[in-house]
Design a protein around this ligand. Structure first.
Ligand SMILES: [Zn+2]
Length: 239
């Protein structure tokens, strides 16, 4: 069930047989000339909607924003500070806990390492305080790894490339624009550089020219299956 569409009374009813809350988290960031700024939110939220059609789960209203490092100087990227992201997600977990929920899936459409590290740190802080809860934290790219392998999509394809463009082609074809090309960043190893656009100006990390709606459908369906399995495992396991 999508929480944004139900009433307070329906929420109260749903709690009787719904044990898990999914919190979808996206980002607002440059995704090349061809994909929308909210790509990371759209992909993960649409997957959550597919899950909610198949099993009893509460999908929280999504968080559009995340922490974006590499694309920060590119036009349209809006990045949260790590402390802000942590405080916000911690606050949301506390509110769901106060409403009686103890199983949480924090699913991110944005796969940035620092962003994910903050989400993991948030979950760590939360379970330390609430030992009766179970929390799953993952990003879409990590979760899709076995499917990417099956489809022969290389590991170097990670952002606005083949898999991500395929998902947007499948979920929101009207939002895919012209101008895609293959590109990869050239960041110097281990260096923290301020002028990131010098090393990565396109916002593309992979090959979007190989993307298709058919591949997007396979990716979406397989990821839905993977997550339903994870949700069932978490719900069946005792605290
Ligand atoms: Zn993305």
């Amino acid at each position: 069930m999508l929480m944004e569409n139900i009433t307070s009374k329906e929420f109260e009813e749903l709690k009787k047989d719904t044990k898990t809350v999914i919190i979808p988290i996206g980002s607002i960031e440059a995704h090349g000339p061809h994909l929308p700024l909210a790509t990371d939110l759209y992909t993960i939220y649409e997957i959550c909607k597919l899950i909610a059609k198949k099993i009893k789960v509460l999908v929280a209203p999504p968080l559009y924003y995340g922490l974006c490092r590499s694309t920060k100087p590119l036009p349209g990227t809006l990045s949260l500070k790590g402390e802000v992201l942590k405080a916000l997600v911690f606050n949301l977990l506390s509110e769901f806990y106060r409403n009686g929920f103890k199983n949480f899936f924090i699913l991110s459409g944005h796969a940035g390492g620092t962003h994910i590290a903050y989400l993991v740190d948030t979950a760590e802080a939360f379970i330390e305080l609430h030992k009766d809860t179970k929390i799953f934290v993952a990003d879409i790219f990590q979760l899709l790894k076995p499917v990417l392998e099956e489809l022969n999509i290389p590991e170097s394809d990670s952002h606005a490339g083949e898999w991500e463009t395929s998902l947007v082609f499948y979920f929101k074809p009207e939002l895919v624009k012209e101008g895609a090309f293959e590109d990869y960043p050239k960041f110097p190893k281990f260096r923290i550089v301020e002028d990131k656009e010098k090393y990565w100006s396109s916002g593309i990390w992979g090959n979007p020219l190989k993307a298709s709606a058919e591949k997007g459908k396979i990716l979406a369906e397989k990821l839905t299956e993977i997550l339903i399995k994870e949700i069932k495992t978490l719900e069946e396991e005792g605290v």
